[in-house]
Design a protein around this ligand. Sequence first.
Ligand code: GTP
Length: 598
Amino acid sequence: PSLKHIRNFSIIAHIDHGKSTLADRIIQLCEGLSVRELKEQVLDTMDIERERGITIKAQSVTLDYHADDGNTYQLNFIDTPGHVDFSYEVSRSLYACEGALLVVDAGQGVEAQSVANCYTAIEQGLEVLPVLNKMDLPQADPDKVSQEIEEIIGLDATDACQVSAKSGMGMEALLERLVRDIPPPKGDPEAPLQALIIDSWFDNYLGVVSLVRLFDGTLKKGEKIRLKSTGRDWEAGAIGIFTPKRKETGVLRAGEVGFIVAGIKDIMGAPVGDTIVHTKTADKVERLPGFLKVKPQVYAGMFPISSDDFEDFRDALQKLALNDASLDYEPENSDALGFGFRVGFLGTLHMEIIQERLEREYGLDLLTTAPTVIYEVRMDNGDVLPVSNPSKLPDMANVDELREPICRATILVPQEYVGNVITECVSRRGVQLDMQFLGSQIQLIYELPMAEVVMDFFDRLKSISKGYASLDYSFDRFEAAKLVRLDVLINGDRVDALASIIHRDHAHGRGRLLVEKMKDLIPRQMFDVAIQAAVGGQVVARSTVKALRKNVTAKCYGGDVSRKKKLLEKQKAGKKRMKQVGRVEIPQDAFLAVLKLN
Ligand code: GTP
């Protein structure tokens, strides 16, 4: 198609507002797949995504739309994830688009994360079309939600599209609006090739597959191409689009989005954000700015249960890091857990997903330590060291100051839950910066220690607001705080992988909760197990797991049969993820106990 008949767009939506359903409906209207095939939500290809119902990696679909004006338009839809942990990938997908649909559940209203992503789209110069979804539901209130979009985001929503992605209502009008209001891409198919890698992943049969957006030029199968970052030349093998199935077309032109396979086997050979050019015109073409490298916010140790898996683990991390620039890792050696990696993530959901992918896709059995944010340590001699591992905190005698990361959080919540949210923020050492009525919601802006936010804050917010509160946050600065390392000793030995950094005022309270929690999580052994929490060598709390008697179910008083069964099943399931520390077997849950103290 000519440029004026191409539309590249993305969908910005909060989780559950109906992005996948809407995308499926668009695909169906363009006859990308039959209705039967659509039973499977086609865009979420990874098993984990389907189970968790969230979209993790950006994907693309190219569709043909026959519009009322008699023209056939090529619609390139670039999918984006909706969770706060993945906003970095959103900006990456938006880079390839001229427009975005802002999908808002007409019964729920605007959510903080969509606001942030919408601002990113507007900043990148995209045309944003508001879409009110779930209009079939009785609680849909389009006037209220339109007003919210105007007040919170500042986008004119008076004639926003009203649709039901589920029933199909309003969908054709939406597609007409899309081709009318979203501008076509700019670019020159005759100019020297300039293409941006939006995503790259490793396929066991094809090698590295890259999703690209062509800004200029035309790329054909068999042509010699060069990657700007490495300077290496390759031959363009398979070239094509996703419909959503992979379809070879042999050619891509300026303005289009599609895939390239160039026989690259080395997983670092086609990094995300790199520029692809023709070898013959390589010197005439600039490298595109690429993407901002995002910094991980939380770090955790990951250790193979069997030390034989260490090399496989390294290999798997390398492959995952290819299309996930936010994943950071370096080898770590723990006294208690042996050889593993210290891995950096965008948030705890990102961490869970990576752990699951490592286990399912790479067959690894891993033990993960409690995640921690990065602290800054200023030494007496003026040096400033980043610390992402509590057990590596230098000797406090030489430390001048410990600093923790502070973030700025925006929370949107209906008025009736504001009290709960404020109480929660205060208990997490939050400082209120602003509070405003916006539409039918209240916007709170807080400064909070990052450590308090990344752990379970989002889940807590949801549960104290019946699911209505939404959250967006970003790193602001490091600030000095009264922090201490809380050590855990098992039968008198300090276990490095159980240490955490916490605020001094919380040390006693959390220490006590922690040993109690761990007492319940560590299975009884043939001998007593003493669990102690200590700060700077001083024990602040202790408890004991009593030695096992003959009958494991003895703990279940009252003879509740189903409870006994549950306990036995739990013990069986827990067996796999155990690590022998000294003489004591410690299960995975105990390493994460520090997360569950609130
Ligand atoms: P993530 O992929 O997790 O980001 O979620 P999503 O935004 O893609 O939401 P999804 O399409 O999975 O829809 C969430 C829920 O809303 C599902 O149960 C859908 O069936 C339902 N849903 C989506 N669109 C509509 C609609 O127009 N009307 C009604 N009644 N329900 C809808």
